[in-house]
Design a protein around this ligand. Structure first.
Ligand code: PLP
Ligand code: ZN
Length: 463
């Protein structure tokens, strides 16, 4: 056996592929693949505290990166193949006003702000890993389908390194402007398909297969290796003491799958004694995971999930022509590619799935903005979900809760401006037509005539 290889996620199949294979599907059963390590022949750290030493050597690019600082936990590529643009310099911030809103004790709620990444979303954690793998296999072109942030990240990595051509597939009219702006500005070949994300996802796989283009969607298991580092940084910020809950929005379910794999490995390596529970929050208008896990009882079941239950659900979506529909465009996905891996993560770590309406998502997002760290709508789902779980009594007031803020506030300015707008038409145009009734925490601009006395009176009155 090689020290690093790819292995089918289903234990009863366990078919293997070499580390440099780029099909990313099991040759025997067609299932998803994991990046697998023979830890006995590698050198995992004796304790997580070892990683703190690397921060003193941050003049070395691999130690500066918030992903590759943890190289020993994702050693699938030789160090000299690694491509980093300084991703992962993100913060875990205690957020007491958000704690008040969620209903947990002050000092117990933290926001992990992945919007601070170079392209403004957590996707850079995965992209540096996929990109390094692409370099390992000598790829010249890389493609993805995207609701926006994966394409922004891919486009940035291509423009920053000059090593590959970026090709991004997006659904038409479905992409937030901040994200589209990035793909165009970074010079990616941008292919806009007359369809939604699920259509674009299907097509990019066909096209990449036909033309031999390297695929960086979250079906790519190397991306998930990089996203494990988000959890390493959360642990590091909490002095290596796992929190009680990690709450994360769910779209393609790559993040929760990566988080689960990170904790499963840390447990197996004896580097932590218990894993946090994982809470995945769907948008109510794109709630496949909630429907399957909570309503239909679909489980990993020790590696034998009844995926027919999922197939029935997808057949129903198709026959009734139900499309994903939410203001949180980053999670507007009805066919989550990483569903089986997400089931495994919830089984091994323990966890729940909830759905949040666009109203709940936007109100939570406004609370996040007012509490210090702005985020895009999809990220607001984690705070909305935490609040719901607290109200249900599943999260206790004294639990230590980490909500992942997946993307930056400026990714989707239209949603934010419409929420705070004084103009009913602007509100209706963007939010009202989606069933959002009110901007509960709107911070409206004050309208005044251009007269000094009026302006002074207004400032006195409102401040
Ligand atoms: C991609 C993305 C998500 C969804 O993450 P998955 O790993 O696909 O579940 C959530 N929020 C933002 C901002 C994203 O860009
Ligand atoms: Zn298999």
């Amino acid at each position: 056996m090689e020290r690093v290889f790819q292995r089918c996620i289903y234990p009863r199949c366990a078919a293997e592929r070499a580390v440099d294979d780029t099909t990313f599907v099991c040759p025997k059963c067609g299932g998803l693949m994991d990046v697998a390590y023979d830890w006995d022949r590698l050198s995992p750290p004796p304790s997580l505290r070892e990683f703190e030493k690397k921060w003193a050597q941050r003049n070395q690019p691999l130690n500066f990166s918030g992903v590759w600082r943890f190289y020993e936990l994702l050693p699938f590529v030789p160090r000299e193949c690694v491509l980093t643009i300084g991703e992962g310099q993100t913060i875990l911030q205690q957020a007491d006003t958000v704690a008040d809103y969620v209903g947990v004790d002050r000092g117990r709620l933290y926001l992990q702000y992945e919007g601070l990444n170079p392209s403004g979303s957590f996707k850079d954690n995965g992209m540096t890993a996929a990109f390094s793998h692409a370099r390992l296999v000598g790829a010249r072109r890389a493609a993805c389908a995207s609701t926006g942030n994966t394409s922004a990240s891919l486009a940035l990595f291509c423009s920053a390194t000059g090593l590959m051509r970026a090709i991004v597939f997006i659904g038409s009219g479905k992409i937030a402007f901040g994200k589209l702006a990035q793909a165009l500005d970074y010079g990616a070949l941008t292919v806009q398909i007359a369809g939604d994300f699920d259509d674009a996802m299907q097509r990019v796989q066909e096209v990449a297969g036909r033309l031999g283009i390297y695929l960086v969607n979250s079906i790519n298991p190397f991306r998930l290796e990089g996203q494990k580092a988000i959890m390493y940084r959360v642990l590091e910020a909490l002095d290596w003491e796992p929190p009680d809950w990690i709450v994360v929005p769910g779209g393609n379910l790559g993040n929760v799958s990566a988080f689960g794999k990170a904790f499963i490995e840390l447990l197996e390596l004896g580097l932590i004694r218990r894993a946090p529970k994982l809470a995945v929050i769907n948008a109510a208008g794109a709630n496949t995971f909630y429907e399957l896990f909570e309503r239909r009882g679909l489980r990993w079941n020790n590696g034998t999930p009844s995926l027919e239950v999922a197939q029935q659900h997808f057949a129903k979506l198709r026959s009734e022509n139900i499309r994903a529909q939410t203001i949180a465009s980053a999670i507007e996905i009805n066919h989550p590619v990483n569903l089986p891996k997400a089931l495994r993560a919830l089984e091994r770590c323990g966890g729940v799935v909830r759905e949040a309406t666009d109203q709940e998502i936007l109100d939570a997002k406004a609370k996040v903005g007012a509490g210090g760290l702005g985020c895009e709508p999809a990220s607001g789902a984690s705070v909305a979900g935490a609040r719901k779980l607290r109200r249900e009594g599943i999260i206790a007031p004294g639990d230590r809760v980490v909500c992942i803020l997946t993307g930056h506030q400026l990714k989707d300015p239209n949603a934010t401006v419409a929420y705070h707008s004084t103009d009913q038409n602007t509100f209706d145009e963007v939010l009202g037509k989606r069933g959002v009734k009110r901007a509960t925490f709107a911070n409206r601009a004050v309208q005044v005539p251009n007269h000094l006395d009026d302006i002074i009176r207004a400032v006195e009155l409102y401040s």
